[in-house]
Design a protein around this ligand. Sequence first.
Ligand code: 5AD
Length: 362
Amino acid sequence: MEQINRHQNQKLSALIDTLEQNQSLTLSEYEELITCRCKEATDILAKRAVSLRQRIYGNSVYIRGLIEISNICRNDCFYCGIRRSSQRCERYRLTAEQILECCEEGYSLGFRTFVLQGGEDAFFTDEVICSILSEIKKRYPDCAVTLSLGERSRNSYQKLFDAGADRYLLRHETADCEHYRKLHPPDMSFHHRMKCLHDLREIGYQTGCGFMVGSPYQTAADLAKDLKFIEDFRPEMCGIGPFIPHRDTPFHDQAAGDVELTCYLLSIIRLIHPPVLLPATTALGTIDPGGREKGILSGANVIMPNLSPVSVRKKYELYDNKICTGDESAQCKSSLSGKMKSIGYEIVTDRGDIKKPESDTA
Ligand code: 5AD
């Protein structure tokens, strides 16, 4: 037994060395890294991820003010609490004025990136979003605006980019076409989602992809494909968080994803693509009260506190028991600052754009 473990550990540590050197592994090597996860490998990965992140970003943690502009969605993703068929979900949509008020509050709290996130709500036409974007950019020219509004046409992405959007988050959800089909109804297409990501990148957005850890039917081979996709696509941002069941969805009785596996993958992603902007997500903080700190200590460097009006926060419920939905969350930033300080990190007032690693700038 001892012997087997020693052999296994040596193999894993060789894989981690290769990963760090080449920023690449084969699909089967990624799969092995995932299936043979153990405490030793977790610790080595986290240590290397943290030191890489430290070299590029120091001990700064970037914050993004998340404004949940609408929970109306035309899609029916099996995992999501705001899916079209969710009858119990109380729908809302923010007005332009409300969105601008969120920015005003965020700006005074030190946020320099606003993330407008919402379901695929037909009300938010290109014209509507462009006018909101122009106003935000006029009032806060020193801020970055990130959009996270789902799948749109290339033409639409282009218009929004021309109106000032800097970044776009669109999680790919899974890099395996078959697995994608188990998470989504037949009218949604894996290939279309991937096309959207490529369009965004070509237009010039800083682009973010991502996936849930422990989503139903996910295998180690699927996760290996996610890692390979990240290796190939080299996104500026990558959002990963544990799957958490929502009571009113077809996946209500599925198990939640695992904090440790999520952190392990965060470390691996940092090694694959050292400058990536990697959030310790709200979902991670929801399944474990210390989850976001654990994420940072595994190589993440971004936190996305909620700036939505308190009256709608509970309604944007992608999964059960989401944190920071009470009226304490406007002050989330100061409590987060304290939490980050306690683990040796500092929340900074900065747009927090992606940095080139030293070797690229030399
Ligand atoms: N658990 C965790 N994450 C979820 N998301 C949607 N539903 C859930 C859930 N039940 C994630 C998806 C989506 C992002 C906005 O939230 O990955 O892209």
